[in-house]
Ligand binder design. Structure first.
Ligand SMILES: Cc1ncc(COP(=O)(O)O)c(C=O)c1O
Length: 434
């Protein structure tokens, strides 16, 4: 059809690296769930990995008090915040770092992107891994090497598997990303495994990005940083999004060893030409968050208790229904594997993870993400379930009033995390009908 003058379509000239890219899988499932809810359907949003808890009171108050802060801040971050982050790592993990080692950014995701942009080398990640590492590598034209893992090992990165990949070309520059507690599995690493991985990392001189954004959400509060074992090559990634319930505030931090300051410098240079600096009021409020103290400790203690109780209960119900899933150790995810039901599912026309998730959403209203979005083979019947569809503020108040004692039992979980339990019931009923 002829276009009116001035409205002719311009030709499409997209960077080859982003041609055909769709929005991030987690964002897409959230939008689809909202659409179905608007259409009047019951939808259980176990797709998007967002903290159910409110930002702790003292941190919100600080943001209110700092709302007047309007100036651009230094590109590497507010000095007081950089010092608070370094103090936090020293206090919680005994790391030898100072404010000069810290880079603040608008979300750790953006910092990861900058890292991949400035570093010239391959990206090595276990399968499954968080959804955005591989697409970021693709955008900047880096090669991704997926390291195979086993369900029996809770899908963890194995030192031998990592060594096998590095040995193929020992001098090749590489970034290895280790993420624990893990999105998507809810699993974590013990010190022995961290030591083994550190040995391999040191042997092949890899840059190790330790994504510890869920560290404070280790269900027993026993997170151990990789930087304790490979201090010279580990960048620790963190931020406010998960433990502080402030994903939308957009604040992330990277903490570098001295030997990798050349990466920090290069990232800061690119940041200065792109986003300039992170939101000023948010940085001032983050000083309060990283400062810790009894109120924040209490908030974390209660959050962990709710997540541990809910995660374990949900996993056990799924196990009883015949789904393979490990009990979680941290964060708010499960990575169920429906493979034991493959034959029955296949009789219903379901033989890959994407169809499984689409049919679950249509037939039960439960939104979860296919394992293939996390780098698993499409025909494997794995999925990621985020047990976050409940009112975290209400749950924290209720647990506080109950004195915080004892693990939340089923009656408590039904009262305060009802949507998640109903979703798990629906999943289990659906499985029983297959
Ligand atoms: C494993 C992991 N790393 C990093 C991020 C990015 O967090 P943010 O950019 O909010 O700091 C997320 C968020 O979902 C995540 O799950």
């Amino acid at each position: 059809m002829a276009q009116p003058r001035g409205q002719q379509n311009l030709e499409v000239h997209l960077n080859l690296n982003v041609r055909g890219m769709a929005p991030s899988a987690t964002v897409a499932i959230n939008e689809r769930s909202d659409e179905l809810r608007r259409a009047g359907r019951d939808v259980f949003k176990l797709g998007l990995g967002q903290s159910p808890f409110p930002v702790p009171g003292p941190v919100v108050e600080e943001l209110r008090a700092q709302a007047f802060q309007k100036d651009y801040l230094p590109v590497r971050g507010l000095w007081r915040l950089r010092r608070a982050v370094a103090d936090y790592h020293r206090r919680t993990q005994g790391l030898q770092c100072t404010w000069e080692d810290v880079l603040v950014g608008p979300g750790s995701k953006e910092l990861m992107f900058l890292l991949q942009l400035v570093y010239y080398g391959d990206l090595v990640i276990p399968t499954p891994s968080w959804v955005s590492y591989a697409p970021q590598a693709r955008i900047v034209g880096r090669q991704v090497r997926w390291v195979p893992t086993d369900r029996g090992d809770h899908w963890r990165l194995g030192a031998e598997q990592l060594a096998a990949i590095c040995e193929q070309d020992p001098n090749r520059p590489r970034i290895v990303i280790l993420n624990y507690p893990s999105n998507p599995t809810g699993g974590t690493y013990g010190t022995e495994r961290l030591r083994e991985i550190a040995r391999v990392a040191r042997r092949y001189r890899v840059v190790l990005l330790s994504d510890e954004i869920y560290g404070e959400l280790h269900h027993k509060g026993q997170h151990v940083s990789m930087a304790r074992f490979y201090p010279e090559g580990t960048i620790v990634s963190g931020g406010l999004s998960k433990w502080c319930g402030a994903g939308g505030w957009r604040l992330g931090t990277f903490t570098f060893p001295r030997s990798l300051h050349w990466l920090l410098d290069a990232m800061a240079a690119v940041a200065s030409e792109t986003y300039t600096s992170t939101s000023a009021p948010i940085q001032y409020a983050a000083v309060r968050a990283f400062g810790g103290g009894t109120e924040i400790e209490r908030y974390l203690w209660l959050s962990r208790k709710v997540l541990a109780g809910l995660g374990r209960f949900s996993a056990r119900r799924l196990q009883a229904a015949g789904v393979e899933v490990a009990l979680p150790a941290g964060a708010f995810y499960l990575f169920p594997d429906f493979s034991p039901l493959r034959e029955r599912l296949s009789a219903r026309g379901i033989s890959d993870a994407r169809t499984l998730c689409e049919r679950l959403l249509e037939e039960t209203g439960v939104a979860i993400l296919p394992g293939s979005d996390f780098g698993r083979p499409p025909e494997e019947l794995t999925a990621r379930l985020a047990y976050v569809d409940f009112d975290g503020a209400r749950a924290l108040v209720a647990l506080e009033h109950a004195g915080g004692d004892g693990a939340p039992d089923e009656a408590w979980l039904r009262a305060y995390c009802g949507n998640v339990l109903t979703a798990i019931d629906r999943l289990c009923d659906w499985v029983a009908r297959t």
